[in-house]
Design a protein around this ligand. Structure first.
Ligand code: CTP
Length: 441
């Protein structure tokens, strides 16, 4: 007679008694136990970013119980059905926190929900034992850019305080996002925070970055930090000397699918790159200096994909009332050309197109979310679609990157390198210069 097979799944992070109990009881339902452990990509893809242990450690911990006859990795949504069919599973066992959620599997095998062990969970252990970094926000308007809600999706971070020069704004901000404290001064904020998120208009950024670094704090700030290369160098040096993180708030470079795009473009999968085009526009008339924010955002994928070694750039701007409304930057590289169009108050379709000798990559709409691209390969009949589905604006992925950096005592971001961040500022500086002198570079 063939053995009766049982399967169960879980993340099994920070392995605890509840995990042991369910494995033991699951085993009693048959002769052969298969344990599915969630893969890292699967967890990241479904937004479960809090997992502490590596996949290898989690597998090892399940193995050490001696209860599993076979361990498999769960890599995608819907894999459970193919596993049941593939391994000839008779019974599916899972804790009753999932009660009712897997009833549709009873077409394939018996379904058993077991009572969870009371009083213990990986979430609880993470909360009780892992370091929590306190985030302080410096703001000059009421928009938190979703940092407060996103920071709750990842363990190890908590927004603890807010500072704004305007006292009324500070209180309104604290109330709106339910932040425990507001600070009367920057100094007080620094005492209450390990990481400072500077969410201010361009004219105030470098001043606050400097103060936060002087206080020895890690900093996240929207790019560009400044439009002076000399000042950027100074800030980067200050961060380095103090062993502090100075991180551009660019989310897309931390999203899984953007790394796939980088891999394809740099690994020659679309051949030699002939042209890179990025356009972006927004029409927020309340923010006068939005232009440089948009420019930095559009330059980021160009710098990542094409590099910093362009030979020349031609910059055209048009403005009204001393505000740049539209700019077109035309870069010549040895291998090809890159054009960046930024519409500030003038609408352009937001899109990226990268043309290579062996294929074209496109990202449409809100491409800066870095959640989707399509590959048009002339030899293939269909388009290939790559995506990472996620809710929100991706700030949780940036926090995850910071968490890894802090864990490894590393200050250089692997998302946007400091040299790349510097190049973005240099281009912003050239744009400002060409605008005031009326000459391209
Ligand atoms: N489990 C259990 N009793 C607990 C905790 C977990 O029986 N106290 C079971 C779950 O129901 C599931 C398996 O163990 O069938 C793996 O659960 P997992 O999600 O990895 O563990 P949790 O502790 O629930 O993790 P988290 O807090 O991250 O959700």
């Amino acid at each position: 007679m063939s053995p009766k097979k049982v399967i169960t799944y879980g993340t099994f992070d920070l392995f605890h008694q509840g995990h042991y109990n369910i494995l033991k009881r699951a085993r009693e339902y048959g002769d052969y136990l298969i344990v599915g452990v969630t893969g890292e990509n699967y967890d990241v893809g479904r937004g479960k970013l809090s997992v502490h242990d590596s996949l290898a450690d989690r597998i090892e911990n399940v193995k050490k119980t001696g209860l599993a006859d076979e361990i498999i990795v769960e890599e995608y949504l819907g894999q459970k059905i193919s596993d049941i069919v593939r391994y000839g599973v008779d019974t599916f066992v899972i804790g009753d926190d999932w009660k009712g959620k897997f009833d549709h599997l009873d077409k394939y095998c018996d379904m058993v929900y077991l009572e969870r062990t009371a009083g213990i969970s990986s979430t609880k252990i993470r909360k009780e034992t892992l370091d929590v970094y306190r985030i302080g926000i410096i703001a000059d308007d009421l928009d938190d850019n979703t940092i407060v809600s996103e920071s709750k999706l990842i363990n190890g971070f908590r927004v603890t305080s807010v500072y704004a020069e305007d006292e009324e704004l500070r209180e309104a901000f604290r109330e709106r996002y339910d932040i425990p404290e507001s600070s009367d001064s920057c100094g007080q904020l620094f005492e209450q925070a390990d990481i400072v998120y500077i969410r201010c208009s361009l004219k105030n950024r470098s001043r606050y970055i400097r103060k936060a670094l002087e206080a020895g704090k890690h900093v996240i700030c929207d790019p560009p930090f400044t439009i002076s290369s000399a000042e950027q160098d100074e800030l980067q040096k200050m961060a380095k000397d103090r062993n502090c993180i100075l991180m551009d708030n660019v989310k897309m470079v931390h999203i899984h699918v953007f790394n796939q795009l980088l891999w394809m473009t740099q690994g020659g999968l679309i051949g030699d790159i002939l042209s890179f085009n990025a356009s972006i526009s927004r029409e927020d008339r309340t923010k006068a200096d939005l232009f440089y924010d948009l420019l930095a955002l559009a330059l980021c994928p160009m710098i990542k994909i094409m590099g910093c070694d362009y030979n020349s750039v031609d910059i055209q701007t048009s403005e009204e009332n001393n505000i740049i409304e539209f700019a077109s930057l035309d870069f010549r590289y040895d291998s090809g050309r890159a054009v960046i169009n930024v519409g500030n108050r003038i609408r352009t379709k937001s899109r990226i197109e990268i043309v290579g000798t062996k294929g074209t990559i496109r990202m449409d709409n809100r491409w800066w979310k870095g959640s989707y691209f399509e590959l048009d390969n002339p030899d293939a009949v269909d388009l290939e679609i790559y995506n990472t589905n996620y809710q929100g604006n991706g700030f949780k992925y940036l926090l995850k990157a910071i968490s890894t950096m802090l864990e490894n005592n590393r200050t250089e971001s692997m998302g946007l390198f400091s040299g790349e961040s510097r190049e973005i500022v240099k281009i912003a500086e050239m744009t400002e210069k060409s605008r005031t002198t009326g000459k391209g570079c």
